[in-house]
Design a protein around this ligand. Structure first.
Ligand code: NI
Length: 176
């Protein structure tokens, strides 16, 4: 297993639409393990493959709290089958947009189908934080970020801030 570098806003890679996973094999499982390790290291509770630069429809989630035993979930080619009319609001953050948080309203529960790491078709009725996290991560597979769900004013502000940060970090720039 290895920790991979995270893709950070405003990298256009984050706007790519990921392609379906065609084969659930040892390589795919190794990628899932690398993603889990990268996510635990960050630390975060969810990570999509595109966030480490792999445009495949694969995501990992672990909602276990600190001090609890890990509960890794791997979702391959996840698809939302049904969303509740009822909404809920969570303060969301993203490993690709470090240290920025904003309230996002989404359906309070979703029914999702996906392949597990054995390639077996599964369905999950997700509520609460799992529902929010799954929607956030599935958005990543479609090139959508949680800041796309907030006001344009706030989004423009955060994008501008990250563009400036990226520019300041650009190679060739001497900072004494
Ligand atoms: Ni994210």
């Amino acid at each position: 297993m290895s920790i991979k570098p995270l893709i950070i806003l405003p990298d256009p890679v984050l706007r790519q639409v990921s392609k379906p996973v065609e084969r659930v094999d040892a390589d795919l499982n190794k990628l899932a393990d690398d993603m889990l390790e990268t996510m635990y290291d960050a630390p975060g509770i969810g990570l999509a493959a595109i966030q480490i630069g792999v445009p495949r429809r694969l995501l990992v989630i672990d909602l276990a709290k600190e001090g609890e035993s890990p509960e890794p979930h791997v979702f391959i080619n996840p698809e939302i089958l049904e969303s509740a009319d009822q909404r809920s609001v969570y303060e969301e953050g993203c490993l690709s947009i470090p240290d920025y948080y904003a309230e996002v309203e989404r359906p309070a529960s979703v029914r999702v189908k996906y392949l597990d790491r054995d390639g077996k078709l599964q369905e999950m009725q997700a509520e609460g934080l799992m529902a929010t996290c799954l929607q956030h991560e599935i958005d990543h597979l479609n090139g959508v970020l949680f800041i796309d769900h907030i006001s344009k004013l706030k989004r423009d502000m955060v994008v501008r801030k990250f563009k400036k940060l990226a520019k300041d970090k650009a190679p060739g720039k001497m900072v004494g």
